[in-house]
Ligand binder design. Structure first.
Ligand code: MRU
Length: 350
């Protein structure tokens, strides 16, 4: 009998005319949802990381466009199309690195262009819901494809949270881990804490523990020492943007972990839907890297830990060169040892 998929978390959902999002800043201590009926508030929630993770940001922004169109249609009638331009600009400015945000906005813009007359709310809501559903379906496919690359029961390591919380549901890297665990190919997960925002400690460990998947939290600095023990066979991560040559932008610390992985013969798997691939960016150095406030580094749980007067440098993503990546797993297929040619064939010359 087929096992029931470990899929019970939805960070973003549409309910009763509103976008409902789990406040990821409060997890795991509090599971609290907020309702949004205003596109500007959705953009602010993305900036403030109520919702985070590349695909989840894109889905939230798509629903943000629905809210914008509904409000503008009520305010100005047929002038709604021009009026939502400022909402699209606000949503696009919410975070810079995850290309899924811009991909989702472009797709919603195409849906806007197809509307010839009448209330834009029903067709735009249908498109946002399609984006959400397709993301979950892509995660199921990637879960199977990624798990199939793991050939003997082993331990794996992951970084940040590329789980259900970071996507429409199920997760990218954690989708592979969920599928791999259920297939008996993964017996232990090491989640690194992921300073400074602690996505690993707060979100990944919560998700896996909730699903009964053995997870041990490790400090970031313990990664190389852990890999040296020999039990970990794969480092499995998500991505915020993959360049046309296969370079991978992901949470700060991924590059560091990938270097340690190569040194210790641990393979690196990047799991991301094709909405994360940006064929307009030739290589990783051209990917915009978000810098966030110094406080995220200088404080812990709202409590300052560094001496007064000390500053911090806080880039929140880094780029792992394609040469350090063994496999990119997408819903369209797996690219082994990625390069520009293989990425172009995956994307069909896009
Ligand atoms: O700053 P965040 O928490 O939005 O960063 C998230 C990540 O880096 C994830 O690994 C990435 O978005 C992939 S999520 C499926």
């Amino acid at each position: 009998m087929a096992l029931k998929r470990l899929d019970s978390i939805r960070p973003v959902r549409w309910d009763d005319g509103a976008l409902v999002m789990v406040d990821q800043r409060l997890l795991p201590r509090q599971y609290h949802e907020h309702s949004y009926r205003d596109a500007g508030a959705v953009a602010q929630a993305i900036t403030d990381m109520v919702v985070r993770g590349a695909p989840a940001i894109g889905i939230a922004a798509a629903f943000g466009v629905v809210l914008a169109a509904r409000a503008r249609y009520q305010q100005v009638g047929t002038g709604w199309r021009a009026a939502i331009e400022q909402d699209l600009t606000t949503l696009a400015a919410s975070r810079p690195t995850a290309v899924n945000l811009f991909w989702a906005l472009a797709r919603m813009r195409r849906a806007v262009e197809l509307i010839t007359a009448g209330d834009p709310y029903p067709p735009l809501l249908a498109e946002a819901q399609r984006i959400h559903d397709e993301d979950i379906a892509a995660n199921y496919t990637m879960g199977e494809l990624g798990a199939a690359l793991i050939d003997s029961p082993c331990a794996v390591m992951t970084h940040c949270n590329a789980g259900a919380l970071a996507t429409g549901g199920y997760g990218t890297a954690l989708g592979v881990i969920r599928s791999g665990f259920q297939a008996g190919r993964i017996r232990q997960v090491y989640a690194d804490e992921t300073r400074p925002w602690l996505q690993g400690a707060r979100l990944t460990a919560w998700e896996l523990h909730r699903d009964g998947i053995p997870v041990a939290l490790v400090c970031e600095g313990a990664g190389a020492h852990l890999m040296k023990q020999g039990d970990v066979k794969w480092l499995i991560v998500g991505s915020d943007r993959i360049a046309a040559n296969g370079d991978v932008a992901n949470k700060i610390g991924t590059y560091h972990a990938a270097i340690a992985a190569r040194h210790h013969g641990v393979k690196v798997m990047v799991v991301a839907p094709t909405s994360t691939i940006d064929m307009t960016v030739a290589h990783g150095d051209a990917i915009p890297i978000e810098r966030r406030g110094e406080d995220e580094v200088l404080s812990l749980a709202g409590q300052r830990v560094a001496a007064d007067g000390v500053g911090a440098w806080n880039p929140v993503f880094d780029v792992t060169p394609a040469a350090l990546v063994d496999a990119i797993v997408t819903e369209k297929g797996v690219v082994l040892r990625p390069d520009a040619g293989k990425m172009a064939s995956l994307m069909g010359g896009r």
